[in-house]
Write a protein that binds this ligand. Structure first.
Ligand SMILES: [Zn+2]
Ligand SMILES: [Zn+2]
Length: 320
């Protein structure tokens, strides 16, 4: 894949914000799933998630296994699980396995109505562009998520590691660092959507207290404007609900700011690392989109498409 700087796009009228409540029942999708290729997931194959998704009545799911590429953390997390063993993420044989398993699942699911997409969640950091390009090259990814898990090579997404980072930085430094890296990721043009935008809250809230919820405003506005201008998506990640935060990533306040900035492409994802997490919080996330008059989206070959299931006749209530 050739690296391209984010080209600012004109607003696509098909993706415009719906006025008032959507006329459509929002299809139930889950666009953030970690099967057994992810080193921190339960050892459950792709097909197991697919079967469960059919049982749950989801219309579309997207696998987004982790790819961490920071060479400083090579021995820590630059791995996937392939054929039951840890396997270096840069040795791309695992991608052949990943894509062929997804393809096989699509074949077996024909007739069930479930669509299955191939994605990846990349841990972005400054200077990793070439590594990312070379990982993605030659594989038909539908969806590439931009995630910032690490700052200064320390995983702020980890309960064990994050205090090592927090201990030496005041809150303003955390936010400056986080948004600098994320904004740079958005500008690379390598990604389709931002994952869990305010992930720093997961362990940072306990450490820094409530100011972490409000002090990010000045960094957020330009980021969200660029997200809108690039036609990138913003994920409503439901994992916060399972971790005692009582809110999605990002929070309702940030979703409101994103709408204000013109972001119109939203996806919903559980960030499931085990089977019982598949689809969890999805209905609540769709309800949030409904409240803002926003449409859920799916991706094909990197292109966002509004997810439309069926018209709800006037006067009839949606299932939710
Ligand atoms: Zn993540
Ligand atoms: Zn994830």
């Amino acid at each position: 894949m050739k690296q391209k700087t984010c080209v600012k796009r004109k607003a696509n009228p098909a993706n415009r914000r719906l006025e008032g409540k959507p006329l459509f029942r929002q299809p139930r999708t889950d666009y953030h799933l970690h099967p057994d290729y992810s080193i921190d997931a339960e050892p459950l194959p792709i097909m197991d998630y697919c079967r469960r998704a059919v049982e749950l009545g989801l219309t579309e799911i997207c696998f987004t296994t982790h790819a961490e590429l920071d060479p400083v953390r090579k021995e820590i997390d630059n791995y996937v699980i392939f054929r039951g063993k840890t396997h270096p993420v840069r040795d791309k044989r695992w991608l052949d396995g990943y894509f062929s398993e997804i393809e096989a699942a699509r074949d077996r699911l024909r007739g069930t109505g479930l669509r299955v997409k191939a994605g990846v969640e990349i841990g972005y950091d400054l200077g990793l562009e070439k590594e990312i390009e070379s990982l993605l090259e030659g594989y038909p990814f539908d969806y590439v998520l931009c995630a910032v898990h690490c700052l200064d090579h320390v995983a702020i997404s980890s309960m064990d590691e994050s205090p090592r980072y927090f201990r030496h930085r005041p809150l303003h430094r955390l936010l400056e660092d986080y948004f600098k890296v994320l904004h740079s990721g958005v500008r690379t043009g390598l990604f389709h959507c931002v994952a869990h935008l305010d992930l720093y809250r997961r362990y940072g809230l306990h450490y820094y207290g409530p100011p972490i919820l409000t002090e990010q405003r000045s960094a957020l506005e330009p980021l969200l404007k660029d997200l809108a201008a690039c036609g990138m998506g913003l994920e409503i990640n439901t994992s916060g609900l399972r971790r005692g935060l009582r809110t999605f990533h990002p929070s309702r306040e940030i979703v409101a700011m994103a709408v204000e900035a013109g972001v119109s492409i939203f996806t919903v994802g559980s960030d499931a690392h085990r089977l019982e997490e598949l689809g969890s919080g999805i209905d609540e996330a769709l309800q949030l989109l409904d409240e803002f008059g926003l449409q859920n989206h799916v991706f094909s070959g990197g292109r966002p498409v509004p997810a439309v299931e069926e018209l709800v006749p006037a006067g009839k209530k949606s299932r939710r």
